[in-house]
Design a protein. Structure first.
Length: 282
């Protein structure tokens, strides 16, 4: 099945990523990793803004007390409501950058990294609490990508893109155990990138070089495909006042002849019902 997409923001992002609904401000946050930009979009007024971050930015999420948390090249940073920047955790590793991140039901930030050359084992997934403490969740990762939780918080879904799998873990006491495959993307259909989980527990997966977003039921059955006009689909999230519209980021990086909409922010109105996403408790 196909969905009817619309163009929310016509853009030429090199590596658009990480759409996140900020319920407090009524805005969608999204980023351009390689241009070090944080974009905002108000779907009601159509207002947009762009700000530059001090480094390549892998993800941006709202904070409980206002401001933003940023997954940056050299660590996790905090942007206060008055625009003051400070590091929550600074750990520069040559050749490594931040990638996707997500906020768990308990308000912790699960932040991924990868090497610029995407070397196997060069990335990781770590859990950050509001006081700056950090626990390494996964090492030996190539391209740490989509992360999300089931509606009851008991399962965590995770993508290391080159594996072509979405894996699932049991989420217990702030940690994860029992890693096993949830779905595998077949050859020729692209690579799993970002993901989101809806109110029914279905997992929506963006397909890099797959020109689509897929929805899988909690049992792992494919039950919907949204075909899109660009090959490099990077991430998706439900947004808007009723969390019914699916926003989709795209990229143009690495394409010899990018299509007109490559790098734009797309939306499928009324695609489903999303889960309210917690803000970072820091």
């Amino acid at each position: 099945m196909s969905g009817q997409y619309e163009v929310a923001v016509l853009a030429q992002a090199e590596l658009g990523e990480g759409p996140t609904w900020d319920a407090r401000s009524g805005r969608l946050l999204w980023i351009d990793i390689l241009r070090s930009r944080v974009h905002t979009f108000d779907p009601v007024s159509g207002r947009r803004s762009v700000r530059t971050t001090p480094q390549h930015v892998g993800a941006v999420k709202p904070r409980v007390g206002g401001g933003l948390v940023l997954n940056l090249r050299d660590g996790v940073g905090l942007l206060d409501p008055d625009d003051t920047f400070r590091w929550l955790h600074h750990e520069a590793v040559p050749g490594r950058r931040a990638n996707d991140a997500a906020v768990a039901p308990d308000g912790s930030l699960w932040a991924g990294t990868m090497r610029y050359d995407e070397a196997p084992g060069g990335g990781s997934l770590s859990r950050f609490t509001g006081d700056g403490s950090v626990d390494l969740v996964l090492d030996d990762v190539a391209v740490s990508n989509g992360t999300g939780w089931s509606p009851d918080g008991g399962l965590m879904y995770y993508v290391d893109s080159p594996t072509r799998r979405v894996d699932v873990f049991d989420h217990v006491d702030g940690g994860v155990v029992g890693r096993r495959p949830f779905v595998e993307i077949e050859d020729g259909a692209g690579f799993p990138d970002g993901l989101t989980v809806d109110a029914d527990g279905c997992v929506w997966v963006a397909l890099w070089d797959g020109a689509a977003v897929r929805r899988y039921t909690p049992s792992g059955e494919l039950d919907r495909v949204i075909e899109l006009p660009v090959p490099r689909v990077t991430a998706c999230a439900f947004a808007g006042p009723d969390l019914s519209d699916l926003y989709i980021t795209t990229a143009r990086v690495g394409l010899a002849s990018p299509l007109a909409l490559s790098g734009s922010l797309l939306v499928v109105p009324g695609a489903g019902k999303g889960l309210a996403q917690p803000a970072f408790a820091g």
